[in-house]
Structures are given as C-alpha cells and as structure tokens.
Design a protein around this ligand. Structure first.
Ligand SMILES: Nc1nc2c(ncn2[C@@H]2O[C@H](COP(=O)(O)OP(=O)(O)OP(=O)(O)O)[C@@H](O)[C@H]2O)c(=O)[nH]1
Ligand SMILES: [Mg+2]
Length: 427
C-alpha cells in the first residue's frame, strides 16, 4: 500500500552519568577523585534508500529510539557511547518537527541526524582542582532530543503525463496504478495533479497526471500550465495523444512547443509518445496516424499505441518507461558522484570545526569562504529558521561570528557563504 505520511516519536539516547568515586590507596583514607565520564547517547539517524517506496513500515514502528550512553566508572573508566539507530526511509522523505522541516532526504544513501543524543556527564575526576581536592560532584548525563516527527514523502515522480485535455491521461493512470482519478468525456476533467504508483516487474514507477495542456499553456492559458512544475522533476515525459484526433502531428507539436516555452528542463527530458484509445481503431487508420506522427517526432523517441480501456499495450509501455527511468536515474547518480564526493552525514567533530575559513568584504557584504563552512551552508535551507539557527550556531562554534563582529559586522549585516546569504542575526 502506498502511504505517504507517518507520525513517529524519535528518541535519541540519554548521555551516561559521570561517576563519583575516589581512589583507594593503602594508608590513605581517601585518594584523589577517579570517577570517569559518561558515554554519549546514540543519535536517531535517517537514511534515504531507493529500495523503499512508501512510509508504510512506520505504521507498525512508531517509536524510533537510540541507545543510552553508559555510565562512567571507577579508575576514570569512560562510559560506553550509545549506538545510533539508523532508520531507512524512502528517497524524497521530508522530516518535520512542529511543522518545520529538519531534514530533506533527496538522494539515495543520504543521511541526516534527526535527533541528537545527549552528552555524557563528567565524572568527578574532571573537577579536580587545587581548591577542590576532593570533589563530590559528578554530572548527570544530558537527555537526548525527543520529539514527534512527521514524515512526509514527497516522491519526485518518475513519469509525467502530458497531452491535450481528454487525451486519456487520467484513464491511463487509473488503469496502471492504484490511483482513482476522475475520468469524464469532456475537457478539463482533471483540475489538480493526481499521483499513482505502478508496479511492474518488481519495481515501481510513480506517475503524475496533470490537467490537460492547450496552446498557450506556458503563458497561463487553461489549467495545465500551472502544474508543469510537477513535471520538471520527473525522469521522463509520457506524451499521450488521442488516436482519433484529426491531426496527431499538430497535437504533438503544439504540446512540444508549450513544454519548450515553459522550461529548458522540461523540454530536455526524455520523452515517450503514445496514441491512446486504439482498441476499436482500424489498422489502416492507425498506420496513417503513426505515419503522420513520424514526420514530427524525433527518431529516437518511441511511439506506442495503447488502449487503457482494453489493456492493450499498457504493460509494454510501462516496461519502456521503467527502462528510461532507470537509465535517467543511473546517469543522475553518476553525475552526483562526480560532482560531490563528500560525506553524506553532517557531524560536528572537532577537526571539522577547526577547519580553515576566511572572511572577505565585498562592499557591504561579508563573504565567508572555507570548505567546511561552505559545505554546511550548502545543506542549509535559509527559508527554514531552524536550519538557519543551526548554521549560525556552527559559525559561532567555528569562531566565524566572533571574527565577523571584530571586522565590523552588525546584526543586520548581510553574510554570504557560497550561494546563500542571510543576516548575521535574525531581523
Ligand atoms: N475507447 C476508449 N476511451 C478511452 C480510453 N481512455 C480514455 N478514454 C475516454 O476518454 C475520455 C477522457 O479520458 P480522461 O482520462 O478523463 O482524459 P484526460 O486526458 O485525463 O482529460 P483531462 O483531465 O481533461 O485533461 C473519457 O471518456 C474516457 O473514458 C481508451 O483506452 N479507450
Ligand atoms: Mg484527466
């Protein structure tokens, strides 16, 4: 079953308590403090996996808990760190906390710490000082983060259906997927996009059906134009043409022109064409329609003839779409592997925090550069206040904020890191 939202409780591990203990030495009543520190609590980590397509698993598994850290021991024994819990979710999962996005897992294998484990408490060995030779304090471990997380699957559709109104897009979706869109024998039946998942040969395809397109759609005519953005992130465009139309070539070129006017991205997507409603169509007429299309459709674009009603050619068409989608995905992964051979997990360890950075002033804008900080910035959605707060936190820990202020930056000053910019303090 296709489930695209889930509510779970994420519970990071609690840090272990520090120990309160004293060395036992012969002839000495009480030796020095030797209580060790507690271990860190485990994190709740989400990992995107392209082998999972729905959030259905979270109906049975509503609590995601990481291990607590172990307590410190005598003889300065450090408590064991709690194990992280790594939770696999579908690619395209958005994690929300109080309706604010805290993680957006968009690529296979990408990881994000959703709830951070608590730090372990210091044992009393830590507090030894000349004025306090026998410290009777040890810290408690910190609690881990814990909250209700809403998971939303914003599947990036694999296939986008385009075509004139009444071409049979919604009917196709209703036959090959679990979706039950409205279907009728008039134009503009579909008013908002429908999504459906088609299962074919053990893999699945997410198909988006959008309202029909007409001449001028890219400039806002009709209904479909406003929804072309949903097609923008698909891997392949399936162009459906009513086989009974007088001029299939004109139908094809009109829609093509609108796609091209709309955006280069959409126009550049791989495309598959299919004539629809062919179950009662005369062989000769079908051949004529194909012939007409072949004059305008590029040679590398396959043209199918299907009937959703009679289930003719639909399986073959799904197979072809799967093939094209797989090809596109493989290419995308290659591109990504080339362009960013970087760690998928953000972790704030000391070496990273000490990484080099520099500040340059470009008229009124403070431009911060440095590999690490730029990496964090790339992963920051500046429209999300929590994400921005986190970035500002990291800047503070790295000493960047301090230096910015030293160089004259004020709260309202514009800071630019890589492609993003924001103010030093929330305005
Ligand atoms: N004979 C036949 N009719 C079909 C077939 N597929 C769709 N139709 C009919 O074509 C008409 C339009 O179908 P829809 O699926 O609503 O078309 P659409 O492209 O989604 O239309 P809009 O939502 O207006 O853009 C309906 O009356 C369908 O029953 C088919 O394979 N054979
Ligand atoms: Mg429709």
């Amino acid at each position: 079953m296709f489930v695209d939202t889930a509510l779970v409780r994420v519970i990071a591990g609690r840090g272990g308590n520090g120990a309160l203990s004293f060395r036992h030495e012969k002839f000495v009543d009480k030796g020095g403090p030797d209580g060790g520190d507690g271990g860190r609590g485990g994190n709740v980590v989400f990992e995107a996996s392209s082998n999972i397509n729905t959030l259905a698993a979270f109906r049975m598994r509503q609590e995601l808990k990481a291990e607590d850290g172990g307590a410190g021991g005598k003889q300065q024994k450090h408590g064991r760190d709690g194990e992280d819990v790594v939770v696999k979710v579908p690619v395209g999962t958005l994690v929300l906390r109080d309706a604010v996005a805290v993680a957006d897992l968009t690529t296979d294998g990408q990881r994000a710490i959703v709830a951070k484990g608590g730090d372990g408490g210091f044992g009393n060995a830590h507090f030894k000082s000349s004025t306090r030779q026998a410290p009777r304090v040890a810290e408690l471990g910190e609690v881990g983060e814990e909250f209700e997380a809403t998971l939303e699957l914003k599947l990036l559709a694999d296939v986008g259906l385009v075509g004139f109104p009444n071409a049979g897009k919604s009917t196709f979706l209703s036959v090959v997927t679990n979706a039950r869109p409205e279907i009728a024998d008039y134009e503009f039946t579909t008013l908002t996009p429908n999504l459906g998942v088609a299962d074919i040969d053990g893999s699945s395809l997410l198909i988006a059906d959008i309202p029909g397109l007409i001449e001028g759609a890219s400039e806002g005519k009709g209904l479909g134009g406003a929804f072309l953005r949903h097609v923008e992130r698909t891997a392949v465009v399936l162009h459906l043409i009513d086989a009974y139309t007088d001029d299939p070539a004109a139908a094809y070129t009109t829609i093509r022109r609108e796609l091209e006017r709309y955006s280069k991205v959409v126009a550049g997507l791989p495309e598959v064409v299919a004539l629809t409603k062919v179950e009662g169509l005369d062989e000769e007429l079908l051949a004529m329609q194909r012939e007409a299309l072949s004059r305008v459709v590029p040679k590398q674009t396959p043209v199918y003839a299907i009937s959703s009603q009679a289930h003719i050619g639909t399986t073959e068409l799904l197979r072809e779409l799967t093939r094209v989608v797989m090809e596109a995905r493989a290419m995308k992964q290659e591109d990504e592997a080339e362009s960013e051979a970087e760690l998928p997990v953000i972790q704030l360890n000391d070496t990273e925090l000490q990484a080099a950075w520099s500040i340059e002033k470009d008229s009124a804008v403070y431009v911060v550069s440095g590999d690490k900080i730029e990496k964090f910035a790339r992963r920051t959605d500046v429209s999300n206040i929590h994400a921005l707060i986190r970035l500002r936190d990291i800047m503070r820990k790295m000493g960047i904020t301090h230096e910015l202020i030293r160089q004259g930056a004020k709260g309202a000053s514009e800071i630019r890191i890589g492609t993003i910019s924001f103010t030093l303090i929330e305005q």
